[in-house]
Design a protein around this ligand. Structure first.
Ligand code: GTB
Length: 214
């Protein structure tokens, strides 16, 4: 049975690749696993059938035979554990790559999501203008620390892997704010991720859905 993931029937970003199915598509492309996509509406995500797969009524989900998963971190980790290409086999290098996945999701993504919330969902609040610089500075601090660690390297720890896939995916979300360009090595890092053939196939696949459903 084919691997099936869920994605937005119509993504609010119109196909810019910012919805989280893109990172799962990217991982599937990196490890060479074919997959099918079941598109869901916002209403369908809150229905019992989808809630049985995803307790929080979100996308993406992942189904492979009897296994159903939610959370992109868990899905990408599962793929990386079971297929070659995203995690090194040497135990210490593998553990470090996993640490970068957690860092992307637990340490770098939260302030970026706070910025998205402040800009998009709270932009009309009377206190938004005063708060935005504080939120931006918290993102800047994380980017500064990450840029310092990355330095001139192509990837975070040796060859490209699941940690990079997750970190680039998270950083893509900060691109529209312009903050990424304040850190040229991070902007180049993200561009290297976007240039990977597997990323391009993932991006094109989600764009095809959203271009067709405008
Ligand atoms: N922690 C979970 C994971 O990593 O899997 C988060 C999943 C999640 O946030 N899913 C979002 C969702 O289903 C889609 S990706 N939201 C609907 C809901 O909660 O009702 C977040 C997202 C949505 C839209 C854009 N965009 O249009 O730019 C970008 C990212």
């Amino acid at each position: 049975m084919a691997i099936t993931i869920t994605a937005f029937e119509r993504s609010p970003d119109g196909g810019q690749g910012l919805a989280r199915d893109t990172r799962v598509r990217w991982a599937l492309e990196e490890v060479g696993q074919p997959y099918e996509v079941r598109l869901v509406s916002f209403a369908a995500m809150k229905e019992p059938a989808h809630l049985a797969l995803h307790p929080f009524g979100q996308i993406p989900t992942y189904e492979d035979g009897d296994l159903a998963l939610f959370e992109t971190g868990a899905i990408v980790f599962h793929l990386a554990q079971h297929h070659a290409g995203l995690l090194p086999s040497e135990p210490a290098a593998r553990a470090r790559a996993i640490a970068w996945m957690f860092a992307a999701l637990n340490t770098v993504e939260p302030p970026i999501l706070e910025l998205v919330t402040a800009r998009i969902f709270e932009g009309d609040k009377p206190w938004a203008e005063a708060r935005l610089p504080l939120v931006k500075d918290r993102v800047r601090e994380r980017l500064k620390q990450l840029a310092a660690r990355l330095g001139d390297a192509d990837w975070l720890d040796g060859a490209f892997g699941a940690g990079d896939l997750m970190m680039v995916s998270v950083l893509l979300r900060v691109k529209p704010s312009g903050l990424l360009n304040e850190f040229p090595n991070l902007a180049a890092y993200v561009a290297r991720g976007e240039a990977r053939p597997a990323y391009k196939r993932a991006f094109a696949a989600q764009l095809a859905v959203n271009a067709a459903n405008v």
